[in-house]
Design a protein around this ligand. Structure first.
Ligand SMILES: *Cc1c(COP(=O)(O)O)cnc(C)c1O
Length: 366
């Protein structure tokens, strides 16, 4: 690739001052063991491809037309699946886009936004993009969240739950407490990983929507529904919060989801059985990966997500990450205070875990 000398003369001050989010790398390379961006190791439901093919074979002519602007069929399916009214459901081009619209709709205010100091690294980027003052609240020494630390004036609070990259879960009682103590703030719970939380317990904040009108929950098709490539995310909240998002969307891009994405995502929502089965497989694989890493001397946080956050006994996370990379195994390391000695490892297939564990054993033997 040739070196591009960027001429910023014509750029707006805003564009010049951006510091964009740097996603985990997506190397286009065979035989890589890619455990760095929390994609699902299993394919999406076969019904997704069937629904997309049906659009292509039976309605290809209709691609001439714009798609349904409010994705009504998809939102209707989500509303039924999550026991909500359709006007309590919003969808966007990945939950990253939904989050961007949330920042613009609720946080561009005089009062700051509160977020944990260690969390999804896109939040500070959005804060900068939208001119939102972000106040970081330190996690406890064990990386848990203390709701009492959030007792200060704010326009909102955003928490990933389970948190990323720690994988730790905040209880529904604590979320309820945060939301009821801040009736004039929007409490956003980013549930990108919630479907991997303990099976059989209801830990999603979606149930709080019925009692608290300031709770907004985001979820995504990228992780638990194996559809990171389709780009679909959603928000659940009171009809008034959803209306703000809809207005913001329609002031920016009226058609964020194409026809194929709407059809594919809807098919995924309808295939509950496949969804529950693959989530359970990921949970089981998380348990076995945790045990194997612990046996190798790693400290592993109790994850409720599709990744584990692990510290090698000597703390040399960077050394391990680069040694693994030489063998085509990619894990995520964050060069961020407090978590430099940890690796975030995505739950993969049993074969991928075997390759990882074998490589780690060889490294330990050297
Ligand atoms: C992956 C992830 C997202 C973004 O998901 P997309 O729907 O793919 O944009 C949002 N929040 C967190 C915490 C994530 O890990």
């Amino acid at each position: 690739m040739s070196e591009l000398k960027v001429d910023t003369r014509l750029w707006s001050g805003k564009a010049r001052n951006l510091s964009p989010y740097i996603p985990g790398e997506q190397p286009q390379h065979n035989n890589l063991c890619k455990l760095n961006t929390n994609e699902n190791p299993f394919p999406p439901s076969p019904k997704v491809a069937a629904a997309i093919s049906a659009v292509l074979t039976q309605q290809a002519e209709e691609l001439r037309l714009y798609p349904a602007p409010e994705s009504d069929d998809l939102r209707g399916a989500l509303a039924r699946a999550y026991d909500l009214d359709i006007n309590q459901v919003f969808v966007g081009n990945g939950s990253d886009e939904v989050l961007a619209l949330i920042f613009a709709s609720f946080f561009m205010k005089e009062r700051p936004l509160l977020a944990p100091d260690i969390s999804y690294s896109f939040y500070p980027v959005y804060a900068q993009t939208f001119g939102v003052e972000l106040v970081k609240i330190a996690l406890e020494a064990d990386f848990s969240i203390d709701p009492d630390a959030y007792r200060q004036p704010c326009s909102g609070i955003i928490i990933a739950n389970p948190n990323a990259p720690t994988g730790l879960l905040l209880s529904l009682a604590d979320i309820r407490k945060l939301a009821s103590e801040h009736p004039n703030a929007t409490i956003v719970i980013d549930e990108a990983y919630i479907d991997f939380a303990q099976a059989g317990t209801t830990v999603s904040a979606v149930s709080l929507i019925h009692e608290l009108d300031n709770v907004l929950v985001t979820q995504t098709f990228s992780k638990s529904r194996s559809l990171a490539g389709l780009r679909v995310g959603m928000a659940f909240g009171s009809a008034s919060l959803i209306e703000a998002l809809t207005r913001m969307k329609n002031s920016f891009n009226s058609y964020p989801l194409d026809k194929l994405a709407q059809a594919g995502a809807r098919a995924s929502v309808l295939d509950t059985e496949y969804f529950e089965q693959t989530c359970q497989q990921v949970i089981d694989l998380r348990h076995s990966l945790t045990a194997e890493l612990k046996a190798l001397g790693f400290e592993v946080l109790p994850s409720q997500a599709n990744f584990v956050f692990a510290r090698p006994h000597d703390g040399d996370a960077i050394g391990i990450a680069s040694a693994l990379r030489e063998q085509g195994i990619i894990v995520r390391h964050f060069d961020t205070p407090r978590i430099q000695e940890y690796l975030r490892i995505t739950v993969g297939t049993a074969e991928q875990h075997q390759r990882l564990i074998t490589a780690l054993k060889e490294l330990a033997a050297q």
